[in-house]
Design a binder for this molecule. Structure first.
Ligand SMILES: Cc1ncc(COP(=O)(O)O)c(C=O)c1O
Length: 415
């Protein structure tokens, strides 16, 4: 054992002192597994099963189509939007839940890009999650040759925002490195340049406090299946600041966004509220699962979440650097707290095989090509001893070269 970090007893002590420790009980987690992939897919809250049973056997089976009215299904997109608002510093009435993050980016971007204006540049981080870039590439092609996509590295983004910028799309936290933009600063920069900016909150919402209002953010999207624990493929959300809803002109105009939906008029006339960002019929069962997941967040102090997240990620970085030294791991995540989300990523040769060996031992993180192993730290259910034990497994896998077992080289569809 190495010398610079404390032994397991220290982490047991931290778990005993942890004010958030009791929340773990609310989750359905398999015994013996150290789950460090909640930044990709959160686990179910125990209440989901009951919520879905009621929705299927109590409402759908008994009241059939009346459930849209009687079980409150119709209002779920706005009701859950208000639940998410409190997590990200928005006001009630500014968020609608539905569709995927990819589609919500398309919906916002097509509404915000003005083909009859003069601005040409669509700015995005080169290392952004691919779907964000792909959606913009599709839109640029749709309007060809009107707009140009400008890809920049993280540090180049401020320099790309100017009077010729038609749209900026940034993820607050980078999916690979966990590096975080200064939302306040970049939003102010875009505002000064007169360019609309969309923030993708997939890796931020539920990971730390976000102050959309305080940062002057007008448009944002995010998913609910990572830190919010809404379930696989859970519906995403769209945020439009209340001051900007009036001027927002949707391009994807579906019947759920119509001001008089059940008048079945021929011509589209948008809702005057955030509901104008709705398109088609919502996925009710997924919304029910999300509703149960959100109920856990009601009394949570997001500052406590952030404090524990930083303590967990600091501990993981220190333990890996101490106990796994000499194995060629390079930290991709910033050490500075202000620049960090709630994950830690290392680049390492044979990262895929190393991660498969860890998963076989019950330590679940993930791998992002070409060389990154990624570990998410979710303060609601991750313990300090999980951090310590995960590093013990990582050290073993590296020291014994267990990852060389040919079965760990077999590529799975989802990495
Ligand atoms: C930043 C970011 N945006 C978007 C997505 C995915 O979007 P969708 O839910 O549409 O697949 C991810 C998925 O991990 C992501 O990390």
């Amino acid at each position: 054992m190495s010398g610079n970090t404390a032994g397991r007893a220290h982490y047991e002590e931290l778990d005993r002192a942890d004010r958030l420790a009791a929340f773990r009980e609310k989750f359905d987690l398999p015994e013996g597994v150290i789950y460090l992939d909640g930044n990709s897919l959160g686990p179910p809250v125990k209440a989901v099963q009951g919520g879905l049973d009621q929705a299927v056997s109590g409402d759908w089976a008994k009241k059939l189509i009346s459930s849209w009215n009687q079980a409150g299904w119709f209002n779920l997109p706005t009701e859950l939007g208000d639940g998410i608002a409190s997590l990200i510093g928005a006001r009630p009435g500014e968020i609608i839940v539905g569709d995927s993050t990819s589609l919500n980016i398309f919906k916002l971007a097509t509404a915000l890009l003005k083909p009859d204006g003069n601005r040409r540049k669509v700015v995005v981080e080169r290392g952004n999650f691919p779907t964000d870039i792909y959606i913009l590439q599709g839109i640029v092609r749709l309007f060809e040759p009107r707009f140009e996509l400008h890809l920049g590295e993280h540090d180049e983004i401020p320099g790309l925002i100017d009077e010729d910028t038609a749209l900026v799309l940034l993820s607050q936290v980078n999916y690979r490195t966990g590096r975080r933009f200064d939302m306040r600063e970049v939003t102010a920069l875009a505002k000064t340049a007169g360019a609309p900016i969309i923030w993708d909150l997939c890796h931020s919402a539920g990971a730390f406090p976000i102050d959309l209002k305080g940062c002057g953010v007008e448009y944002a999207v995010g998913c609910t299946y990572k830190y919010i624990n809404g379930g696989p493929g859970a519906p995403a959300y769209t945020y439009i600041a209340s001051e900007s809803i009036g001027a927002f002109e949707p391009v994807v105009t579906g019947w759920h966004g119509h001001a008089r939906q059940f008048a079945f008029e021929v011509d589209y006339d948008p809702e005057v509220s955030i509901k104008k960002a709705l398109v088609g019929t919502p996925s009710v069962l997924s919304l029910i699962a999300l509703k149960e997941a959100l109920s856990v967040w009601k009394d949570i102090d997001l500052n406590a979440i952030r404090a524990k997240s930083l303590a967990l990620t600091d501990a993981f970085i220190a333990l890996v650097e101490d106990r796994c030294a000499g194995h060629g791991l390079t930290l991709l995540t910033p050490r500075e707290h202000d620049l960090r989300g709630s994950q830690v990523t290392w680049s390492v040769k044979n990262g895929y095989e190393i991660m498969q060996a860890l998963i076989e031992r019950g330590v679940i993180g993930d791998y992002r090509a070409p060389d990154a192993i990624r570990f998410g730290f979710t303060p609601l259910y991750t313990r300090f001893t999980d951090v310590y034990d995960a590093v013990t497994h990582l050290k073993d896998v590296l020291d014994t070269q267990e990852w060389r077992n040919p079965e760990f080289a077999v590529r799975r569809t989802v990495t």
